[in-house]
Design a protein around this ligand. Structure first.
Ligand code: ZN
Ligand code: ZN
Ligand code: FE
Length: 754
């Protein structure tokens, strides 16, 4: 029996442009014998489909279930229409007007099909460094505006040749409507320039590899900016790169050809293999293999190596020809933003690079590499940027008015939010210099334009000296100040789509507290709109302010004095620092240039100094990271820590200090002391959460803040809390560090301002 045809109007929302969604719909609808059309507009993909009801049901179900790899379908809605007939199913041209809520896809690493074609001597894109298709290649980094079309990308200047135009127009082709499609005839070209910017003769990749083999440093233009590349096995080359970049000890990232090469450097679990081969291709922190063939100065003193797989066709060619792991560090001098335009690279990297491997494909937006690791069997984001941005974090609560959250000072990201989407920006960096600030301001303008968001609510950190705060106060809109640690906890709630109230444990370096002291060892009972500080680490002076961050021995002095008063035990620090030691003690005692802090990060610093890990650092968190790495996994001991009840409760950091000093004095090995200290912090977390639960009947704990990048601490906290019957929330898609702050700020501001 013939069933009467029906016609459906279907709307698909989410990341559905630039990811091969229309050809996918075309193929599915054609296979089901449906007629109608599919197209892009500023809200996503629209479809009209007509045919038997059962085929329409299959189509609608398939729109989510069978979507292409780079797509992310958030919503499919349908309305019925009177049948209109038709002969075929077609793809129609983009509609332009209307609101620009459409989501631009993140940049994606090279796919297996493109890899295969590039290796095939018979393919016309054999060894072509800009090969791409619907399933891979540049997206966000080349987009100028939406809807996503070639004319609105930096590929606009490359006219398609006849063959590429054919690929682009053929619904059966993998490159159907792939906006950056190109080939050696019509697409971008590589060039190798010497250190002064003069073009060099010969095949550019081979020329670059020759130079790397000679120990030279080559600036390589990638997807989101320039890297500085060096042979990672060449100690002299890596040391020279460190000296030129003014980067003393912070580890360099490595790039290798494939999973096998990554496995030769570090231990790769199944979860780590999945993370390495993800389309986002992040830098993954791996436990270094003993005897891994890399120069000592790649990651001095670190048991981990940051490794990524070659993710652009150019990287694939380069790594294959080099045959060794390459250092691939961001193309900048220490804290400046990564260079992404040729002019900028030649200007700023002139003294750093001996040669430039570049191309004529412009980068519209700089995007740094993302960094992740596996924690408790699942990915933990440490820097969310290339491959993830601008995909929004979708939250279960609407933003009634558009929000701009200006973010923190260090590891800055900002966030633009509208509807149910929070667009957390690419990694901006530390807002400490002019270049980074400019990059921050440009980034805000670009994303606001891209998503057509005009912020009405402006969220900012309470720290009056943050440049992001100063920017916020110059914006027009309703201003909402958000306490730093509240933002951390709400970021974790948003990351999990869980509503409060919860017990929030926010441990980090420093954040401005409501009482004018610097917080960082905080227990909050938090909802999206507000919080109460129910407990915190006892506060100590931070002698010399920012100097105490660079010199953990100063924090050791302050904590010793808080624990012992004037009768200090001799732990060797006085001998190591001489006159400065007594000066710093006097400074802390008098409270001169010594803001008070309840920071957990600074307590880790103090303990690192007490056990002899290090007295000064060249990057934030270095001492704490080394203390974590020192932990003897076999040691199960802990230290008792007192908690003084009150509002708020005080956690006696002094108990920890006395216990550590006693063990050190007894000659207990540093790895054992480090293990007991970590366990003691986890135990005090369980203790304080337990007390809070009894009073507030709250059973959910959210863990956030940079200190929870510490895998040992995270693991022991989750284990302890779970054993005590708590439900524990940890981060998933945004980092626990300050890179996740802007998401929390946006959600808090919306909850407060409406
Ligand atoms: Zn591809
Ligand atoms: Zn072509
Ligand atoms: Fe923080």
């Amino acid at each position: 029996m013939e069933v009467a045809p029906r016609r459906l109007c279907i709307r698909v929302e989410g990341v559905v442009q630039g990811v091969g969604y229309r050809p996918f719909v075309y193929a599915l609808a054609t296979r089901l014998g449906l007629v109608g059309h599919v197209g892009n507009d500023t809200r996503g993909v629209f479809i009209e489909a007509e045919g038997p009801p059962r085929a329409l049901d299959t189509l609608v179900a398939g729109l989510t279930a069978a979507a292409p790899p780079l797509a992310r379908v958030d919503r499919v809605s349908t309305t019925s229409q009177p049948p209109a007939g038709g002969q075929s199913f077609t793809i129609v041209a983009s509609r332009s007007p209307g609101e620009r809520a459409v989501l631009v896809a993140p940049d994606a690493g090279i796919c297996v099909d493109c890899r295969r074609e590039m290796a095939d001597p018979a393919d016309r894109r054999h060894r072509y460094p800009f090969i791409n298709c619907t399933n891979c290649g540049p997206r966000f980094s080349i987009v100028r505006s939406t809807p996503y079309d070639r004319a609105r990308t930096t590929m606009a200047g490359f006219l398609l040749c006849a063959e590429c135009a054919g690929d682009y127009a053929d619904p059966a082709d993998r490159r159907f409507h792939a906006q950056p499609v190109c080939c050696p005839q019509c697409g971008p070209r590589l060039t190798l320039l010497d250190g002064t910017g003069l073009a060099l003769q010969g095949e550019p990749v081979a020329g670059a590899v020759d130079r790397l083999r000679r120990g030279e440093i080559v600036a390589v233009k990638g997807l989101g900016g320039f890297h500085l590349a060096a042979d990672a096995t060449d100690e002299a080359a890596v040391a020279r790169l460190r000296a030129r970049k003014h980067r003393e000890e912070r580890p360099f990232a490595l790039m290798v050809s494939d999973l096998a090469a990554a496995g030769a450097l570090g231990e790769v679990s199944d979860a780590e293999a999945t993370l390495l081969t993800d389309v986002a291709a992040p830098i993954v922190l791996l436990r270094r293999r003993p005897g891994a063939r890399v120069a000592q100065s790649v990651a001095p003193g670190s048991p981990d190596l940051g490794v990524m797989l070659a993710y652009t066709p150019l990287h694939v060619l380069l790594c294959a020809a080099a045959g060794v792991p390459l250092v691939m560090t961001s193309g900048n001098i220490s804290d400046e933003p990564i260079a992404y335009s040729d002019d900028d690279a030649l200007r700023r990297l002139a003294g750093l690079a001996d040669a430039f491997l570049t191309s004529d494909r412009p980068i519209r937006t700089r995007v740094d590499d993302s960094v992740a690791r596996v924690a408790r069997g699942r990915p933990l984001m440490l820097r969310r940027s290339r491959g993830h941005v601008p995909r929004p974090v979708t939250v279960p609560w609407a933003f009634p008015r558009p929000v701009l959250a200006c973010g923190p000072e260090l590891k800055n990201t900002f966030c633009l939010a509208t509807g149910y989407n929070a667009f957390v920006s690419h990694h901006i960096g530390d807002l400490e210099n002019y270049e980074t600030l400019q990059s921050y301001l440009h980034g805000i303008t670009l994303l606001a334009e891209l998503f057509d968001i005009v912020p009405e609510v402006i969220a900012y950190d309470l720290h009056p000296e943050y440049l992001s705060t100063k920017h916020a106060l110059e914006c027009t809109g309703e201003l909402v100040g958000v306490q730093h640690h509240h933002a951390h906890i709400v970021s974790c709630l948003a990351d999990n789509g869980v509503d409060g109230p919860v017990i929030g444990v926010a441990f980090d370096g420093l954040g401005w507290g409501e009482d004018g002291t610097l917080w960082g060892g905080e227990f909050l009972v938090a909802t999206r709109a507000g919080y109460q500080r129910v407990a915190h680490l006892s506060a100590v002076p931070m002698p010399g302010g920012a100097q105490a961050v660079r010199q953990p021995w100063r924090m050791a002095a302050a904590h010793l004095q808080a624990a012992y008063g004037s009768d200090l035990p001799d732990v060797g620090l006085a001998g190591r620092h001489g006159r400065r030691w007594t000066d710093v003690l006097a400074m802390a005692n008098a409270g001169v240039s010594s803001p008070r802090t309840s920071s957990m990060g600074r307590l880790f610093d103090a303990v690192a100094s007490l056990v002899g890990v290090r007295d000064s650092v060249s990057y934030e968190g270095q001492a704490a990271v080394e203390l974590e790495h020192l932990v003897d996994p076999a040691e199960k001991g802990s230290y008792p820590v007192g908690v003084v009840d009150g509002a708020p409760r005080q956690v006696c950091g002094a108990d920890l200090i006395r216990a550590v000093v006693a063990d050190v004095g007894r000659g207990v090995a540093a790895p054992v002391v480090a293990a007991r200290f970590h366990q003691a912090v986890a135990d005090l977390v369980v203790d304080v959460c337990g007390r809070t639960r009894r009073e507030r009947q709250l059973n959910v704990v959210a863990l956030s803040g940079g200190v929870f990048q510490n895998m040992v601490l995270l693991d022991r906290c989750v284990t302890g809390l779970t054993a005590a019957g708590f439900e524990v929330l940890t981060h998933r898609t945004v980092p626990p560090n300050d890179g996740g702050i802007s998401l929390g700020q946006a959600v808090v501001a919306a909850a407060r301002a409406g």
